[in-house]
Design a protein around this ligand. Structure first.
Ligand SMILES: *[C@@H]1O[C@H](CO)[C@@H](O)[C@H](O)[C@H]1NC(C)=O
Length: 435
């Protein structure tokens, strides 16, 4: 019993001795320590006081009449009672947005973490120390691009704010560098001398057959999304609607794992070869999940998998494509889209591209131009706007980004490399799937 009483008592004493005037969030002064005649006053003297924030603090004995009163100035104990202060207490705080922070406190500045650090142990000065990584969203781009005379506008996307650019280049893109053999792939030449329409939009030409914009999430799966998207569109177009389904990027992300890096990127030639030899299932039977989950199918199975929709007149649920071919000339790309549907393009993404809201994109030179990444996209058409020839392109960052998930980019000038590696799936998609 006695022991319990002593224990209780010491807890009580401890609680009471945490004096209220030692709270660290007050401006540290000096107050009682100011060079004046008699800084510490006897008994009660209401004018023995100093301004602190928007009230008063006191340096008279009355302010410490009991430990529960907190109207003593922060330096009363030290100056008037000779008590050694808590060492953290004399430190000058770091300031941000009129708020005080103490050593060890952190705050975020866009994608970087700032820590309040002591810079001088003797004078107890402090300073913010921040990581200095480039962030996806940059003031420089937002203000630099949104100037009169630019062909496109920039936007501060909340879902990108606070994220590092180097992470965005991994998890919002996902096309691994093309191998030398892939780059050397022979190109298809049509050289059709025909009058091309000023504007063409696959979504208007084949309104029911073009697959919706995907949101790849925080997963570098553009390679899977675009291969599945281009294949879906072409199945529907070439079968004139008989094979009108959306193909599953997840079946690539999860099942095409050899030589691929899942959400850390994929090789597009490997992905097209997989679509050719193993085929893809439909989206409903294996929905996109922005993560590499286990492949539920046997890679070589030729059966109809549970819940999957087989192609017309087929006894397998795999949709297979023909070999991809490369297109190098603007007119050949246009011809191919007009004849058989959207194509797969690889472009270079710079920091400014993440901010695209609407208009005709061209790399602006604002923001960081040293960091960049490769991105797979789906070109669905073209047009012209006040003298700017452009491509209409589906991105994979959801329908709230850009022009309902799409963007327009300068055509005919290899802007951001968009015309340097364009793939079509040969229009004889596989004999097996043709009617
Ligand atoms: C962007 O939005 C964030 C909040 O989402 C805001 O803190 C930041 O100041 C904005 N930046 C610019 C350049 O408008």
């Amino acid at each position: 019993m006695a022991k319990i009483c002593i224990a209780l008592l010491s807890v009580l004493v401890a609680a009471l001795t945490v004096s209220a005037y030692n709270r660290p969030n007050l401006p540290p002064g000096p107050y009682c320590g100011l060079p004046s005649a008699d800084p510490c006053c006897k008994n009660r003297q209401d004018d023995c006081s100093h301004r602190i924030l928007d009230s008063l603090c006191y340096c008279d004995e009355f302010c410490s009449r009991d430990r529960l009163h907190d109207d003593c100035c922060p330096d009363y104990e030290e100056v008037c009672l000779g008590v050694q202060p808590d060492p953290g207490f004399l430190v000058q705080p770091c300031i941000h947005n009129n708020k005080q922070y103490f050593p060890g406190d952190t705050r975020t500045d866009n994608c970087n973490i700032c820590t309040c650090k002591i810079t001088d142990e003797v004078r107890k000065t402090t300073e913010w120390e921040c990581d200095r990584d480039a962030c996806i969203i940059s003031n420089d781009v937002v203000y630099g691009v949104n100037q009169p005379g630019m062909s496109w506008r920039a936007y501060n996307y909340t879902e990108f704010y606070g994220k590092k650019l180097k992470d965005g280049l991994v998890y919002k893109l996902g096309t691994l560098p093309l191998s030398r053999e892939t780059r050397r792939m022979g190109s298809i030449r049509y050289d059709k001398d025909i009058p091309y329409p000023r504007e063409f939009d696959a979504r208007r030409r084949w309104p029911r057959f073009i697959s919706p914009v995907v949101d790849q999430g925080w997963c570098g799966s553009d390679w899977a999304v675009v291969v599945a998207g281009v294949a879906s569109d072409r199945f529907a177009i070439q079968s004139n609607g008989a094979e009108n389904m959306v193909l599953s990027p997840q079946s690539l992300l999860s099942c095409n794992v050899r030589q691929q890096r899942g959400c850390h990127g994929g090789h597009i030639d490997v992905a097209w070869n997989f679509a050719r030899s193993h085929g893809l299932v439909d989206e409903e039977c294996f929905p996109y999940q922005a993560a590499v989950i286990r492949c539920p199918f046997h890679p070589k199975s030729t059966l109809v998998e549970d819940g999957c929709r087989p192609p017309v007149k087929q006894r397998t649920s795999r949709y297979k494509v023909g070999p991809p071919g490369k297109l190098t000339k603007e007119a050949d790309i246009m011809y191919d889209i007009m004849e058989s549907g959207p194509v797969h393009a690889v472009m270079t993404v710079y920091q400014d591209f993440f901010h695209y809201r609407d208009g005709v994109y061209r790399h602006s030179g604002h923001g960081d131009v040293t960091l960049q990444g490769l991105h797979s996209v789906r070109i669905v058409g073209w047009g012209e706007d006040r003298g700017d020839k452009y491509w209409i392109v589906a991105n994979s960052w959801g329908p709230r980004w850009g022009e309902n998930g799409y963007f327009r980019i300068v055509r005919g000038a290899d802007e951001a490399g968009i015309e340097s590696f364009v793939l079509t799936v040969l229009s004889d998609v596989t004999e097996a799937n043709q009617k």
